[in-house]
Design a binder for this molecule. Structure first.
Ligand SMILES: Cc1ncc(COP(=O)(O)O)c(C=O)c1O
Length: 391
């Protein structure tokens, strides 16, 4: 039985062409880009070629791209870097409540250090209302950070409008674009941001590499200080094979992205419609139109996501839950809580995230397998004595 992978929002397979492009930089082209000899120059030239590709894809200049170890580091650098650089100007940061932990956690630290962090409201689709942003900005606000698209429910935020309102007051805008870079077309000017985080492993590139776009003139302090790489903005010897892989993944996205959007949306709609027809008491999360093409977040009433996930896994289908589960506790997703989802429904939420290789046959197999599993778990849940049930 071939496994069906529907967890592309967690990570994507590395494209074979990406791997092929990377291998020489582990083998004969292993130079350190800071070295002056021919090995170093070859590595440096590969890094700069990748930088040009990422910049062109974002509609930016190469000098505005800083390579990092991934989306988490890029988010930390944006938040902590701007906070440190602008500490004397203000101490107020505005974020949405549906941000990834890689934004929420550095903000928690900054709050402990004396920064004031405002959490915006979102509607039932997880969408920020730009008027709310306008309403919370003060003369002490230094940064607004709202993710481009949510990793759990796929909702795409109205960044251009948020950016316009913040820029009227001279406030920087950062976005975590880890789920959109290479998946939907945009430039940094289209969405009006000064800082943008991206990650290679969410778009068929390698793990452990990403970038932060920093608009020319944006004041930001370095997180990592040392040998002065990346123009002094991020010290540490560059991950040359990873950066080359990111560049290659961008090449592939350039050719495939437009076609993929149509196909992924078609397959996602087939999955959602099929589940709605076959299973009662389901709820589809996220914005009905403004959402990632490959995302389907579905809540099943009367079912716990964990046994559902594990049963699907045994049957060769990999997807993810809407909650962070461990053997000792089930923590409801902060995203599902922020959209006001009933905690019971939140605990029964699965995220299917489709990818480049997903086929109609795979979706149809999910539609065959999933409904009887949900029915079985629902009736087992009903028979379970009350005291055995999870609260
Ligand atoms: C929205 C979002 N931001 C940030 C990250 C972290 O990226 P990375 O794994 O490259 O550190 C992820 C990955 O799960 C993500 O989905």
């Amino acid at each position: 039985m071939r496994s069906i992978y529907l967890d592309h929002a967690a990570t994507t397979p590395t494209d074979p062409a990406v791997l092929e492009a990377m291998i020489p930089y582990y083998q004969d082209r292993y130079g350190n880009p800071s070295s002056l000899h021919s090995f170093g120059r070859a590595a440096k030239s590969a890094v700069e070629t990748a930088r040009k590709k990422v910049a062109a894809f974002l509609g930016a200049e190469p000098e505005e791209v800083v390579f990092t170890s991934g989306g988490t580091e890029a988010n930390n650098m944006a938040l902590r870097g701007v906070a440190r650089a602008l500490r004397n100007r203000g101490n107020h940061i505005v974020i949405s409540p549906v941000e990834h932990h890689a934004v929420l956690e550095p903000c928690r630290d900054l709050a402990e250090e004396g920064f004031e962090v405002t959490l915006l409201a979102v509607d039932q689709h997880g969408m920020v209302n730009p008027d709310d942003v306008a309403g919370v900005l003060t003369h002490r606000t230094i940064l607004v950070s709202v993710m481009h698209a949510n990793n759990e429910i796929g909702t795409i935020q109205p960044l251009a409008e948020i950016g316009r309102l913040a820029h009227e007051k001279g406030i920087y805008v950062h976005t975590d674009a880890v789920q959109t870079f290479g998946h939907i077309p945009f430039t940094v000017d289209d969405i009006g941001v000064d800082l943008l985080s991206l990650s290679a492993h969410k778009m068929y590139g390698p793990k452990g590499v990403g970038a932060l776009y920093v608009r020319a003139g944006t004041r930001i302090a370095a997180l990592l200080r040392g040998g002065g790489q990346e123009g002094g903005r991020r010290a540490s010897t560059e991950n040359v094979p990873g950066i080359v892989g990111l560049g290659k993944a961008v090449d592939l996205a350039c050719g495939k992205m437009t076609g993929e959007i149509g196909e992924l949306s078609r397959l996602r709609d087939r999955l959602i419609t099929g589940i709605r027809e076959r299973v009662e008491r389901v709820r589809i999360n996220g914005h009905p139109e403004k959402k990632l093409p490959g995302n389907a977040s579905i809540s099943f009433d009367g079912v716990e996501a964990e046994p559902l996930l594990l049963t699907l896994d045994l049957m060769g289908i990999a997807c993810s839950g809407g909650s962070a589960c461990s053997s000792t506790n089930v923590e409801t997703s902060h995203v599902l809580a922020a959209i006001g989802l009933d905690p019971g429904l939140a605990r029964g939420t699965l995220r299917f995230s489709l990818g480049r290789a997903t086929t109609e046959e795979e979706i149809d197999r999910v539609l065959d397998v999933l409904p009887p599993v949900v029915r079985r778990l629902r009736s087992a849940g009903r028979k379970e004595p009350k005291e055995m049930r999870r609260s």
